[in-house]
Design a protein. Structure first.
Length: 702
């Protein structure tokens, strides 16, 4: 039976076809599987560079171009074009199988061949060639084939390589890009590693198509076809990069983690992995830090389940529980004890004061509360001895043994007060949840998948660790420590999670243009950022293949003029037919957010303030930098990035009080700006009044 496969380029262009054509495409291909070869009416193309190209009638004017296997049954739909354009496109193309990855490659061979003589002439007057230092054998070993090699040998500058991008299959171009950037063949080989296969048969197109899940979707039936065509923009559901795919499909002996810069698809990988583990019959917890992010994970997971293995979707979805980590804690708590009576911050403060009065201690309520959270709870200290030996990293002044004894006395009294009065804090609910789960032999989950891992607290990690038994694929953790904006620094080992030897990194950014990414990465340059595993993390090598405008950076003399400029910028975007919903404005404080909404509305531009759990809505989305997490916008303005507002003075511990906490607070403020800027897909403006934030000043003077 003929099987249909959809090439990524076809799906990318599908939404821009007229509605009637889209409907006809769906009709024609919904019946494809059941059509016999004779009934398919695939037309051969005279004068084609590749005699396996065929066209199929969509309607009177439109034709689809398919790659037909000479001796297999998988037909790949490459393009839908008006009649003449379809024939012309198909004539010029050649399909081949990459000798290293074994994947299918389609290229405009006519354009490639035509460009070589011209490039050759240009190269004659230049003494050095771009790839002079790389031997043919190394190039072949990396999958550069005989069609590409003549071009490679006449390239003299990297801008020519950039210009040749459209002429080459993406993997071959990536290899050359890596070599031109100074990577050794071995390093390039490593980057390709995920997709290397041996014994490739260049004639076996069916096998090649099956290996090409990063660019070809093998359609399992009409439901899957309809689901793919219904959401053609969400390519992440279908085509994973080989490195992403390898992590999704891997079987790990224990816990594993994925890291990578912003927009590299960590959430996408976490979603696919949760989905795959559930399809294999596991009970999965998919979790993250906030309720809003959990809601967005649920929506994406549903979409994914309805696309892949659509028939099993309800079953698969019933095996994945998506909830943010505090909600899990409260649920486990409620099941055992009913609703907790939570203390407010004020009541907690009074309790600490009661304790210090009772014991006649000279320690402030604020100090004790912080010591309890950041040392006792964070380190999981249950006894005086554990507290005495606990690390107090970041806790400003050192404490002598007698002061520590006093703290422990106060902590014990405070915890007794909570217990006597049946009171709980958010942290003790999480702790109790972890205790309840750790005592259960029948764990509620087989697998725990965590997104935005950098923001979780130690107590939350202990809860998650206790939610699944230790074993193969027990925990999968996705995060980027450069984007830590809530949680403290945690190391996996102190919360009982071992990911050593099971860490992977994603490097290709799918969200942002290279220009925006480069500028945003500059904000983090030189910062020592931990990797949650005893070392330092780096976003070096994170790159984007999309090109666009440079970010616009602008200072103003007053907030009023900055606001006026913002409304003009937003208007210029809407005039250029960007929908208001595709525009975001980020600011450091709620007050600034309110002022921006008012200014946009006064200028007749629809706007809304982002609120908890309300990401969807009409109008320009205006939110604090914290609220920007998990979102992305075609156009984004980051406003009020002035020296007085960023870092926000109230969020930074004074240096003389605690130099460690001061440095960490500053890094968190810097990360906030980094998170905000990396939400932009196509255009970014960053503005301030008076003087720029020191984070920006440093990049401006680079
Ligand atoms: N294989 C893919 N194909 C197409 N689009 C992809 C792919 N992987 C990721 N994307 C897209 O890239 C964008 C960023 O992906 P995602 O949110 O998973 O990245 P992230 O690493 O979690 O980002 P961040 O850390 O900045 O929150 C999304 O729009 C996503 O749909």
């Amino acid at each position: 039976m003929a099987q249909l496969a959809l090439d990524k380029d076809f799906l990318l262009e599908f939404p821009s076809l007229e509605k009637q054509v889209r409907e006809r495409v769906s009709e024609v291909f919904a019946k494809f599987e059941h059509a016999t070869h004779a009934g398919l009416h695939l037309e051969k193309i005279t004068g084609a560079r590749d005699d396996r190209m065929r066209t199929i009638r969509i309607d009177q004017f439109w034709r689809g171009v398919l790659l037909a296997p000479p001796n297999g049954d998988t037909y790949t739909l490459l393009k839908v074009l008006p009649h003449d354009a379809a024939y012309d496109w198909a004539k010029r193309r050649k399909a081949s199988v990459n000798a290293v990855t074994g994947a299918i490659e389609i290229r405009d061979i006519a354009a490639l061949d035509a460009s070589i003589p011209h490039m050759k002439r240009m190269a004659e007057s230049v003494p050095e060639r771009l790839f002079e230092h790389v031997k043919d054998a190394d190039l072949r070993r990396l999958g550069i084939d005989e069609h590409t090699l003549p071009l490679v040998r006449v390239l003299t500058a990297s801008f020519q390589l950039e210009a040749a991008r459209g002429l080459l299959p993406p993997v071959q171009w990536d290899v050359l890009y890596g070599l031109a950037a100074g990577l050794s063949p071995e390093e390039v080989w490593d980057e390709l590693g995920a997709s290397i296969v041996g014994d490739v048969d260049p004639e076996d197109l069916d096998a090649a198509v099956r290996r090409s899940s990063d660019r070809v979707l093998l359609v399992e039936g009409p439901d899957e076809l309809m689901a793919a065509l219904a959401h053609p923009f969400d390519l992440w559901r279908i085509y994973l990069h080989p490195v992403q795919r390898a992590v999704v499909d891997a079987s790990y002996k224990g816990s594993a983690r994925i890291s990578g810069g912003p927009g590299t698809g960590k959430t996408v990988v976490a979603l696919h992995r949760a989905h795959r583990l559930a399809r294999a019959g596991g009970r999965v917890l998919l979790t993250t830090f906030t309720s809003t992010l959990a809601e967005s994970l649920q929506a994406s997971l549903t979409l994914l389940a309805e696309t892949t293995g659509a028939g099993e979707a309800p079953d698969v979805l019933s095996r994945v529980r998506v909830e943010h980590v505090d909600r899990l804690a409260h649920r486990v708590f409620r099941e055992a004890h009913g609703l907790p009576e939570l203390v407010t911050a004020q009541r907690e403060r009074r309790l600490w004061e009661e304790v210090t009065d009772q014991l006649g201690l000279d320690l402030s309520a604020t100090f004790l509360a912080e010591e309890w959270r950041q040392v006792v709870l964070a380190r999981g200290a249950r006894t005086a001895a554990e507290y005495l030996s606990a690390k107090r990293t970041g806790r400003g002044r050192g404490l002598g043994a007698s002061a520590k004894a006093q703290v422990w006395q106060a902590v014990t009294a405070f915890q007794e007060l909570l217990a006597e009065r049946g009171l709980w804090t958010y942290e003790t609910v999480v702790e109790e949840g972890a205790r309840l789960l750790s005592e259960r032999d029948d764990k509620p989950f087989d697998h725990v998948v965590v997104d935005e891992a950098q923001d979780l607290y130690p107590g939350q990690w202990r809860l998650l660790r206790a939610a699944a038994a230790e074993g193969p694929d027990d925990m999968f953790v996705a995060g980027d420590t450069h984007q830590r904006i809530y949680g403290p620094q945690v190391s996996f080992s102190e919360v009982g999670i071992n990911v050593r030897g099971r860490s992977s990194k994603l490097r290709i950014n799918y969200r942002t243009t290279a220009q925006i990414l480069r500028w945003s990465l500059g904000l983090m340059r030189g910062q020592a950022v931990d990797d949650m595993d005893g070392g330092l993390d780096s976003v070096a090598g994170c790159r984007s293949e999309m090109r666009g405008a440079e970010p616009v950076l602008k200072g103003f003399t007053s907030w009023d003029t900055e606001l006026r400029h913002l409304t003009e910028t937003v208007r210029s975007w809407t005039d250029a037919e960007v929908l208001p919903e595709e525009i975001g404005v980020a600011a450091r404080s709620n007050k600034t957010v309110e002022q921006v909404v008012a200014a946009l509305e006064a200028a007749g531009l629809p706007a809304r303030a982002l609120a908890k759990g309300a990401h969807e809505g009409k109008g320009v989305a205006v939110g604090t930098m914290h609220r920007m997490k998990g979102l992305e916008f075609r156009c984004l303005a980051v406003v009020g990035t002035s020296g007085e507002q960023l870092p926000a003075p109230r969020s930074v511990t004074p240096e003389d009080e605690d130099p460690g906490a001061h440095a960490r607070d500053l890094l968190r403020e810097r990360s906030l700006l980094f998170v905000a800027c990396t939400r932009a897909r196509e255009q970014l403006t960053v503005s301030w009044h008076h003087s720029p934030s020191p984070f920006i000043d440093a990049v401006l003077s680079d």
